[in-house]
Design a protein around this ligand. Sequence first.
Ligand SMILES: [Zn+2]
Length: 64
Amino acid sequence: MMMCKEATRLMSLRQDRPLSFQERLSLRLHLAMCGACRECNRQFTLLHEAGRRFGPEDSDEPPA
Ligand SMILES: [Zn+2]
């Protein structure tokens, strides 16, 4: 199973570039099992949404 450290890394990485299918899958699986990382992911998503509002340049990553 993926470690929280790895999950957090992917969440952070996702701000910079779209994740690969495998990365997204790993992250999703981890989030399904780990409440702490779900909360962390929520924070990242909020930050990401805020950034989207201010920066027109963004990835074309589909919503999770
Ligand atoms: Zn975790």
